[in-house]
Design a protein around this ligand. Structure first.
Ligand SMILES: [Zn+2]
Length: 347
């Protein structure tokens, strides 16, 4: 397992100290699997001011398509060959097709009746139950042998900085036979890794993170948690790998509960930094991808400058696909670890 770092030094004359020479260090890191690079730079204290979220909730509620009085009226239904009842319903959670699909099979799962759930009020139970609803949808697609039932993916954009245009908590649910770019690269690289080494990359990665320890957070059931070595997010990424699981459809109810619990641990710590938004994606192989392990990536999102609406993704990330993280992942792990330790298993 190669964790490659290229250290950089920038010399400048510091106007705050009578133009004395000052050396600023930074790093370029490379993801051990894909070689995707990320810069650890632009260091600042990870502390933001939260906007008035109650006000945002109040302003958006009257027009929200996912609130209980509208969701069963104005959201679309699946055609009968996919789902005769049109939508999947579990208590106050509803899964229906996305009006603006991103894939052949593209759905939205509304997490409940509440229009706004603050990040720290998202319970493991709510998250796990909504993920279970997604799994019910994926299993149904498998049962009818839908040709696009290949990669089963869940995306979560929570609150506007993450790209969400709707405050009401919901998940994006996709199935298709074309994996998105980074997933495709990971699948190809994992195949090559196994061909050269004879082992599964994520099994080796978890073992390496566990042994080295500086980014390792803990284990919940069979979910292994650590901070990404080469993060994509400005405030780092938290990764969970599920032991022995290749794809979304192999996750058990217990796995979903453990993933949900770990996610709430991460949310609790990032909330203390003033973060109120994140992305979370499933990375799943297809049935034949024996080299793959299911993992999810949780990546906090924020504004660079909230007052003028500057997003945390600029030209480096958007057009070069280069990650920027404003702190060392190892420092983040020190902050996150206390939440995860002591919870060695939910079993
Ligand atoms: Zn709503």
């Amino acid at each position: 397992m190669k964790f490659t770092i290229i250290p950089k030094e920038t010399v400048l004359l510091n106007p705050l100290q009578e133009m004395q020479r000052r050396t600023v260090t930074s790093e370029i890191r490379f993801d051990p699997l894909t070689g995707r690079s990320s810069r650890i730079c632009h260091f600042m204290k990870l502390q933001w001011q939260k906007p008035d979220l109650a006000d945002l909730a109040e302003k958006t509620a009257p027009f929200c398509p996912f609130c209980p009085d509208r969701v069963m009226e104005i959201t679309p239904c699946f055609p009968p060959e996919i789902l005769p009842e049109g939508r999947l319903v579990d208590a106050d959670r509803v899964l229906f097709p996305n009006l603006a699909p991103y894939e052949a099979l593209s759905a939205v799962a509304v997490m409940g009746a509440a229009h706004h759930i603050p990040m720290t009020a998202l319970t493991p139970g709510t998250i796990a139950a909504t993920l279970e609803l997604c799994l019910t949808f994926f299993r149904l697609l498998e049962r009818i042998h839908h040709p696009e039932s290949v990669y089963h993916l869940v995306n979560w954009n929570y609150m506007p900085p993450s790209g969400s245009s709707i405050v009401h908590p919901h998940l994006q649910v996709f199935a298709g036979n074309t994996a998105p770019q980074l997933l495709r690269e990971e699948i190809a690289a994992a195949r090559a890794y196994r061909q050269t080494r004879g082992t599964v990359y994520w099994d080796d990665l978890v073992a390496a993170e566990r042994a080295e320890g500086s980014r390792y957070l803990g284990k919940i059931g069979r979910t292994e948690w650590f901070c990404a070595f080469a993060p994509m997010g400005v405030a780092g990424d938290v990764v969970a790998v599920v032991e022995g699981v290749g794809r979304t459809l192999e996750l058990t109810g217990r796995d979903l509960a453990d993933l949900a619990l770990g996610l709430t641990h991460a949310m609790a710590v990032y909330d203390e930094m003033g973060i109120f938004s994140f992305n979370m994606n499933f990375f799943s192989g297809a049935a034949e991808d024996e080299d793959f392990r299911f993992h999810l990536v949780f990546s906090p999102r924020t504004y660079f400058n909230q007052a003028i609406g500057t997003p945390d993704v600029g030209a480096l990330q958007h057009l070069y696909r280069e990650g920027i993280c404003m702190t060392f992942p190892e420092a983040l792990a020190r902050q996150l670890r206390p939440r995860f330790t002591g919870i060695s298993a939910t079993a």
